[in-house]
Design a binder for this molecule. Sequence first.
Ligand code: FAD
Length: 517
Amino acid sequence: SCIPDRIELCSNHFKAAPKVPSHFSSSNVPFSLETLSLDGHFSFENNQYAANDFGNMHHFLPSAVLHPKSVYDISTTVKHIFHMGSGSEFTVAARGHGHSLQGQAQAHRGVVINMESLKEQEIKVFTGERPYAEVSGGHLWINILHETLRYGLTPKSWTDYLYLTVGGTLSYAGISGQAFKHGPQINNVYQLEVVTGKGEVVTCSEEQNADLFYAVLGGLGQFGIITRARISLEVAPKMVKWIRVLYSDFSTFSQDQEHLIASRNSFDYIEGFVIINRTGLLNNWRSSFNPKDPSRASQFSSDGRTLYCLEMALYFNPNDENNMTQKTERLLSELNFIPSTLFLSEVSYLDFLNRVHISEIKLREKGLWEVPHPWLNLLIPKSKINSFAKEVFGNMLNHSTNGPILIYPVNKSKWNNRTSLVTPDEDIMYLVAFLSSAIPSSTGKDGLNHILTQNKRILQYCATAHLGTKQYLPHYSTQEEWRAHFGSKWRVFLNRKSAYDPLAILAPGQKIFQKAI
Ligand code: FAD
């Protein structure tokens, strides 16, 4: 089996054409899968969807898709492939909701496991002092929300979009406007059940098999397939006060964001976004928001300036409205936004968390959802955010953008650094997300090539200016880049790979290791 250096060597060579011994050619492996006795089944045809993802840029067809009905199905399949040994190129990718961006959930000529077919297993909610939900790795967060709300409970930390699976987001981090307070989703899990790259089923937590637990959290699917997770819950609010204010000066905007995340008694959600060169601004971006002062707001003009929108939310219950109003006013009085640009809205907790789904429906109607998504997500140390903003928003992108640009700080003291997630070295870092959509046939500024070039320029600037940034949802094509990404965590990452997936069977679409053959 692969010892660490052997894996390193393998990953050095992942571009080389793999040698497949004749008795394990790719065409007869699917045949051997058919002999396995399972609760679920394999499909060998009509698997094109498994060669696609939200990014819509990488397409690798698997030989088979497993539709598991039980953990046993997954463990049996992985074990079978493991026991073929290093003589076959066969790999396995768990596929959650397929919302990866660069083929990370694909397995070229391998087996894709359709994790959502596990979702028929019940979501179990446990009330009490330390409430939690017991869910399968293939459950969508939206369904977990619906179920926990029936008990007046909710997970604490979210992503902006809820049609993603538990296994999919826990393989990265799961970051949204609550992360400054609760840490990312990977910090709000009590226990996991995992099928390792050897096909073993292992229960792990902070107390039991802790190394595997932390390896898998943020582990890019490299160490095991998450088949079950125990998610920590809190009491759910009924309503949300949702607030947006504008700034024209970046450092005032970021100082206010940092002020808010530093306070113990702050909002429940803090994010922000950049508005570049948008005319018709006030009719456009605020949709269901009302200006606090309609007449002054109607006179506000962006004059083509780049603006920064701070977005905040406070959870409350209808019987607590007075307290909520007082707290909102107190927090807002500490900020330095443009006074006429205070916009307010009140929505249910469910509608607030599910807000991106409304955009999805609209974009789908216009045929603009299933287009290429060359997204770029960065984590930037606080000390470098002003330089970054000046160069990127003020210079590189000062004319147009191809989608939202989110920007908000998180406080890392709430984050557990034993997970596989890699972050910049400072205590406070910003998530900056360029969520671009490309128009498929365009060769202009909204075309894929232009946006990819722009992303490259941003990354080059970060490197040459030594900003100490890290990619979130990272994507690299050489081992040198992966090594640099992991930095001092690379050795641990390699050791864990050799312990839990020694043949490098799992999640080949991340392109970190190639199966040893
Ligand atoms: P997939 O794309 O199916 O899988 C992702 C990776 O995880 C693959 O390598 C796969 O092999 C592996 N994997 C999948 N399931 C398992 C499992 N059970 N066990 C082990 N490995 C597994 N992220 C944020 O943090 N915050 C956001 O606010 C946010 N918003 C988003 C909004 C949209 C519209 C989209 C498309 C993505 C967003 N993301 C966000 C990114 C998202 O978290 C990742 O793309 C995530 O991987 C998607 O989940 P999925 O279930 O589709 O996973």
